[in-house]
Write a protein that binds this ligand. Structure first.
Ligand code: ARG
Length: 281
């Protein structure tokens, strides 16, 4: 006889927590260069469509009671819509981004200025890191990706600045060049996640299995639809609409999937989470 519920049973009470997000309207979005395998500069981008889809995401967040702050898009920075890469709010401070590719370097100062004006305690990164693209706060620790963009030295730098435990995870598939395409934080407070096992090396997979034995494992064909590039408030999970199998998995665990059409922004290699920087503190 056992009193333990099976791992797949949803906690009796899922609860949405109000979040504050920083986002950048994609009015300057285009695919003018290729810095990830999803980008193809020969495919035309419909910027007006990107803006309309993005506005629907903002509306969905606001309808759910979340606060959305806006940062002006900088000139000549078409990828700035992917606001999650602009830094990391964690441990009571804002750790700036330092982009791996020259094309995006200019975004960092614009984020830094917004954070300073908002009163954040800012730590300027010396090491290359792409913000919440690779640095995800969950359950009192930060899961930290490396292998394509963020340098492991940045993991150490952030750990030292915050005193927060950093868990380094190595990404091995160029389709999943950022951690936030390979792994989703479903409940930041409880420490629940979902991930694509194939996106990590063996050692990192073993770490994830040990730390998160109840994690939702996502199938490769769903992950390829950017399923894991979702944003959860602890109850609702705003996810790329095409990932229907993922939505079913979420519902089985007691989450409320909220489908978002954002395919125009897939042309730059990003979706819901990439467009959403979480503000904390
Ligand atoms: N074109 C952008 C880049 O390659 C996409 C960034 C996606 N953002 C994210 N948080 N995964 O840098």
């Amino acid at each position: 006889m056992t009193s333990l519920a099976p791992a797949s049973t949803p906690p009796a009470t899922r609860r949405a927590r109000p979040r504050r997000f920083l986002m950048v309207r994609p009015e300057r979005f285009e695919v003018a260069y290729e810095i990830n395998v999803w980008m193809d500069a020969t495919v035309p981008v419909d910027t007006a469509r990107a803006v309309a889809q993005w506005e629907a995401l903002v509306a969905a967040y606001r309808a759910a009671g979340h606060e959305v702050h806006l940062l002006e898009p900088g000139e000549g920075l078409p990828d700035m819509v992917y606001a999650a890469n602009g830094g990391t709010s964690v441990g009571g401070l804002f750790y700036t981004a330092r982009f791996a590719h020259a094309e995006r370097v200019g975004e960092s100062a614009l984020h830094e200025r917004w954070q300073r004006e908002a009163g954040a305690r800012v730590v300027v990164a010396r090491e290359v890191n792409e913000g919440e693209g690779d640095l995800l706060a969950v359950g009192g620790r930060v899961l930290a990706g490396h292998g394509f963009r963020t340098d492991p030295a940045a993991h150490a730098e952030l750990a030292e600045a915050t005193g927060v435990e950093l868990v380094s995870l190595r990404l091995v598939d160029p389709c999943y060049y950022h951690l936030d395409i390979a792994l989703t934080v479903l409940d930041e407070e409880r420490g629940e996640i979902a991930y694509l096992p194939e996106a990590f090396d063996d050692a990192s997979r073993a770490v994830l299995e040990r730390l998160y034995p109840d994690a939702i494992l996502v199938a490769p064909d769903e992950a390829a639809l950017f399923a894991l590039n979702s944003v959860s408030d602890g109850l609702r999970v705003f996810h790329p609409a095409a990932a229907r199998g993922w939505a079913e998995q979420l519902a089985e665990r007691g989450f409320e999937p909220v489908p978002i059409e954002l395919d125009e922004l897939l042309k730059g290699g990003g979706s819901v989470k990439c467009c959403t920087l979480v503000l904390r503190g």
